[in-house]
Design a protein around this ligand. Sequence first.
Ligand code: FES
Length: 172
Amino acid sequence: MKLSDQTRQAILDMQKQYPEKRSALIPALHLAQSENGYLPREIQNEVAALFEIAPNEVNAIVTFYDMFFEEPVGKHVIHVCKNVSCMLRGADGVLSKLCQKLQIHPGETSGDAQFTVIASECLGACDLAPVMIIDDKTVGPVKEEDVDKILEEAKKGPGHPSPVPQREIGYA
Ligand code: FES
């Protein structure tokens, strides 16, 4: 797998928008991920070369943030907050119900490749606890009985932002 010429050029253009080109690394990774929905090592290495940094520096970022994926994920990605404010308000029950419904464990993708569920650190919306981010939409407070409806609604959307065609994020 390789980056398209178009994405390589878009990343080089992106670097020029910052005093330090390294500042463009995270947006560049989003753009690279948008091509195939995940960032295998060969793509990470290409990005590292474009930034003239070591591949392990890119890998450290990709593996730190749960918005980046080294393996393919489902069409829809659901992050469920597992931090204290959300747990105190029932996030563990919501996560269990979701995983039970999809017959997976946190971190896995459903058999029909529609949904990946990730138990995440604070999603930055504690006032809405318990919180999910479904694709690019923050939802809360979520109740266990909402899970079926949430899955049905998610299926109507285009999917998580990374597989969105580049023209939809302004790079085509
Ligand atoms: S603790 Fe769940 S969003 Fe902050």
